[in-house]
Design a binder for this molecule. Structure first.
Ligand code: SAM
Ligand code: SF4
Ligand code: SF4
Length: 291
């Protein structure tokens, strides 16, 4: 129960208060609390969906390890849509769906995924995170602007190829709520080799990590404990079995909910053994690799 409160209950309330402006009311909050307390309830603070491992930048310390993909790929839109539909069909609500990559605006089928989820009854807010190297065309921005609570977070690394002012201006003209993320600091996640941490250390780190609560990440039919876990498993640096939930495995609704709730409240993630986040080593955001 303590981990349900820490990993689901509290983060869901936080996301509701932060991202769903028109629904912020005492009665809405009360209804959400009752929903969260129902046995078997499945409500997510956020689902992060990886659309592509292609990126237009090469950040040396990308937490999501995009710089490690020798053969980047796009996840077919039909797969993304089917997996998200399956997940949502067995769930009550998701406060916040985040589409990213890599770079989401180089994903050729972004419009298909946006179209499928922009007004989904179980999603409270559609969010995209971008490096603003690609300016989307009007029709895509119009589609995003018509979503329920659309939001784009623009990461400004000060890299020459970024077009941040142009991107922000174009999105704001369409009425899309944009966040200009000018943070100069990142946390160094370190390399991809195992650190030999014991289980109590993994538990402490996992429970203390923001990503463990807000970045459950969908990649190729599996929901992972965080975005780094998804890439570590996908790239073969670790066995992802412990840190993932296979959405495509056939189950009844009751089985799906029970197993997913268990997964969402696990005590630790293997991925933290391949990550230095807990050391809080601050590095400059978005430093680029040569070539
Ligand atoms: C992996 S990026 C994908 C979206 C897009 N390519 C971008 O850079 O905004 C998603 C988010 O992770 C953040 N991020 C990546 N590596 C990080 C790190 N080492 N420390 C903190 N944030 C990081 C980025 O700044 C961005 O806000
Ligand atoms: S942080 Fe974003 S821009 Fe940088 S490599 Fe990772 S996905 Fe690409
Ligand atoms: S691997 Fe662990 S410490 Fe690193 S970002 Fe994921 S949950 Fe956090």
């Amino acid at each position: 129960m303590a981990s349900y409160f820490r990993r689901i209950f509290r983060p869901v309330i936080r996301e509701y208060l932060m991202f769903i402006p028109e629904k912020k009311s005492i009665s809405g909050l009360f209804k959400l609390i009752l929903e969260l307390l129902k046995p078997g309830a499945l409500i997510y603070p956020d689902i992060v969906c990886v659309l592509t491992t292609h990126c237009s930048l090469r950040c040396a310390h990308c937490n999501n390890l995009m710089q490690c993909y020798d053969k980047p790929y796009h996840v077919p839109a039909e797969e993304v849509i089917e997996d998200l539909e399956t997940l949502l069909s067995h769930s009550d609500r998701c406060m916040h769906l985040t589409l990213l990559g890599g770079e989401p605006f180089i994903y050729p089928d972004l419009y298909k995924v946006v179209e499928a989820f922009r007004n989904h009854p179980k999603i409270g807010c559609l969010n995209l995170v971008t490096n603003a190297t690609v300016i989307p065309d009007d029709s895509l921005l119009d589609l995003i602007a018509g979503a329920k609570n659309p939001r784009i977070s623009v990461s400004d690394y000060g890299v020459r190829t970024q077009k941040v002012p142009e991107f922000l201006e174009k999105c704001r003209k369409k009425g899309i709520h944009c966040i200009h993320d000018e943070s100069k600091n990142w946390v160094d996640p370190g390399g991809t080799s195992p650190r030999g941490k014991d289980i109590p250390t993994l538990e402490k780190e996992y429970n203390g990590c923001f990503s463990a609560r807000y970045c459950r990440t969908l990649l190729k039919g599996k929901l992972y404990t965080c975005a780094r876990a998804a890439s570590l498993a996908d790239l073969g640096f670790m066995d992802g079995a412990h840190d993932s939930f296979d959405i495509r495995k056939p189950r009844t609704d009751a089985e799906f909910r029970k197993e997913l709730r268990e997964f969402l409240t696990i005590d630790y993630a293997d991925a933290c053994n391949y990550c230095d986040h807990a050391r809080r080593i601050i590095i400059p955001a978005g430093e680029q690799l040569e070539s």
